[in-house]
Design a protein around this ligand. Sequence first.
Ligand code: G4P
Length: 527
Amino acid sequence: MNNYLDAVANRRTFAIIAHPDAGKTTLTEKLLLFGGAIQQAGAVKAKGERRRARSDWMKVEQERGISVASSVMTFDYEGRTFNLLDTPGHEDFSEDTYRTLSAVDSAVMVLDAAKGIETQTRKLFEVCRLRDVPIITFINKLDREGREPFDLLDEVEQGLALSVTPASWPIGMGRDFLGCYDLLNDRLLLIGRGATDMGEACSGIDDPRLDELLPAAAVTKLREDIAMVRGLCPPFDARAFLEGHLTPVFFGSAVNNFGVRELLHGLAAYAPPPRERPAQERMVQPSEAPVTGFVFKIQANMDPKHRDRIAFVRLCSGHFKRGAKLKHPRSGKIINVHNPVLFLAQERELAEEAVAGDIIGIPNHGQLRIGDALTEGEVLNFTGIPSFAPEILRRVRSDDPMKAKHLSRALIQLAEEGAGSVFKPLLGADWIVGVVGVLQFDVLADRIRTEYTIPVRFEDAPIHTARWVEADDALKLKKFIEDNRAAMAEDHDGSPVFLARNAWHLERAADDWPDIRFLTTREQTPG
Ligand code: G4P
């Protein structure tokens, strides 16, 4: 049992959050190189091709195959086992990203030194903040002309209301970028010395060796900068970091493999092991012996002839062994997990065992849904796995009226996978499909056509937005639904949803019905 607890204590399950192009893929690859999980650069993704394919949904489909394989990347470093959970890079699939963040214990936020905080960075950060996920910041592309480091720190501090403390400090920038001073370990790291270089140990920022190793102007500037950093920024405080109030900031250049090892060392030293998880019933501790976990993502398999899917389960407690029989509280059934998969960078491997903090993939035919719990018998409903109100809604029509029933089934299954939201209006026969990004419609239409052989079209619908509705008083909710029948629908789980025609319609309803809560996210906790 002790071994098990040691294994849990050594797990670091994290994700990288970044605006597209900040360098997430490059950094992922370098981290895997350090962890020995891959042997050469370029193995993670065909990046250039992927970028060119942005507007081409066929390629997005192909990417789904790649993303299955690289969804969870496991590697070892400094005695720790890291689980890096990949988040889809495409903005249109950000919902998946949000859910993935519900399964991590910490995150690395990558910023492009020339751009600072961008829209997607901010959105993802807010999701982390909701759950107090500790964040380590990596400011990338120092080998290019970028913004002043103090300016960037200020933007993080002011823009995200997050205290910052530099863990390293850049010396020059762009063509004059010489390296970094490692403030946590007092080492001078010089660029161009290769990935295995450990840097020069210093006794501190006043060490005369710095004068030998750096040009005079650079040393003077470095000392001035560090004096300012120490005056302006709080020292690193592990507790504030773990509570999500303070971020250590590393500077580097992922493409040059510079600053990556220090970042990894920072993760190994400071990022938290698996944290306790809230369920409706109680908090679940990672040290508990019975196995528990929750599904945070469903990936349909690439083979359209087989409707099998892989449910990604984040283990919250216990020591899982292949062949374990787990209870699925939503259906009350026992699931025999004889063929779980662990996802490595290049290939799937059969998971023999796994502990709290690890992710296992469970192939299934649709029994497992996002938000579902798995336990050794206890009834648990984990919380914090959100579903988002879609921002774009369309009516789905099939050219073949004989297939109406099939279409309903297809839509419900796709909604269960999290591929989109579906709503059945109380009045009228057509389903409404909602997505976060418009590209999802193409993917959905294609999947419905190929996997269910139903040709469909998506048509504009006079609907502005969708809100799940709730009230403490069941009678008031019933009255609201009755009075607003024409605007009401049910989602795939039968939960009531208000479909507003325009912003005014929503505002008006909220004003008229103060006891009703109009929710933009809904927790995926099946009743
Ligand atoms: P993403 O996953 O966050 O979208 O970003 P990705 O790693 O694909 O990087 C985006 C672009 O930024 C790539 O260039 C990549 O080579 C470059 N990049 C990443 N890290 C650094 C860095 O430290 N310094 C510099 N100068 N560039 C960096 P690209 O030309 O768009 O693609 P590619 O042809 O190099 O793949």
